[in-house]
Design a protein around this ligand. Structure first.
Ligand SMILES: Nc1ncnc2c1ncn2[C@@H]1O[C@H](COP(=O)(O)OP(=O)(O)OP(=O)(O)O)[C@@H](O)[C@H]1O
Length: 236
């Protein structure tokens, strides 16, 4: 993990997107969209369907190259990197949590969480041991050997969160992470996601339709018709 907090000078956001624009054909998916997030901070991105939330998340995470504006991660222009460098960056510095965790059914919970480490070249035993360490933090102690089919929806999503955190990312992106869960389970998963990311001094950028989920974050950014509204007030 890169440490952007070290060194002299004022702290700068770990990740920022400024004046981002993206068109798909004739659709203006984003224009004048900006968002910055600090280490240890969580930001929820809200807005109507089709307003550009996912496009903003994809631009910030280097999945999509914006047509205009810039994305800075740790002082590096993400939008100017080659596809190979962006792929490396996503693997090593970013973690992703999706609506459905997409765990591999033939692997145990701990092996699933260890997959990013194995893809980085770590040996299976070491990788699983490191993933195992995350399980108590996420309320998953004792479930390390279970197959995904033996986990509840909330447990499986927490294994997905462990997988997103196992490489100690600087930024975690979450797209509707509680979208497939009932309200109570969603609340538990959100609490764990926000607190674990904060404790690890990572930043969280979370897209959601659910105000209850968004309120768990430090700030809410509204996206309307491809624009972010003025950087909003801090939630409580
Ligand atoms: N790959 C694509 N090709 C063409 N149009 C796209 C593509 N991706 C998104 N769009 C369009 O861009 C606009 C913004 O889409 P985006 O998915 O970012 O919105 P969203 O706010 O995340 O929506 P939702 O809440 O429904 O997931 C929409 O009009 C959408 O139809």
């Amino acid at each position: 993990m890169t440490d952007v907090d070290s060194g002299a000078g004022p702290a700068r956001p770990v990740l920022s997107g400024a004046d981002l624009a993206k068109k798909y054909g004739r659709t203006d998916a984003l224009h004048h969209a900006s968002l910055a997030v600090d280490r240890g901070e969580s930001v929820a991105v809200m807005g109507p369907s089709g307003s550009g939330k996912s496009t903003l998340l994809y631009c910030l995470s280097g999945v999509v190259i914006p047509d205009g504006g810039e994305v800075l991660f740790d002082g590096v222009r993400v939008d100017e990197l080659s596809e190979a460098r962006r792929t490396d960056l996503r693997r090593s510095d970013f973690g992703f949590v999706f609506q459905f965790p997409g765990l591999l059914p033939e692997l145990s919970a701990a092996e699933n969480a260890a997959l990013p480490l194995m893809l980085e070249g770590a040996g299976r035993r070491d990788a699983v041991a490191r993933a195992w360490e995350l399980f108590p933090t996420l309320g998953l102690e004792g479930l390390e050997r279970r197959r995904p089919g033996e986990l509840s929806g909330g447990e499986a999503q927490r294994v997905g969160i462990a997988r997103a955190l196992v490489l100690d990312p600087a930024v975690v992106f979450a797209d509707e992470p509680t979208g497939s869960l009932d309200t109570r389970t969603g609340d538990e998963v959100m609490s764990l996601l926000v607190s674990t990311v904060r404790d690890r001094r990572a930043a969280l950028v979370l897209v959601t339709h659910d105000e209850r989920v968004a309120k768990r974050c430090d700030r809410i950014v509204q996206v309307v018709d491809g624009r972010t509204l003025t950087e909003p007030k801090r939630v409580q």
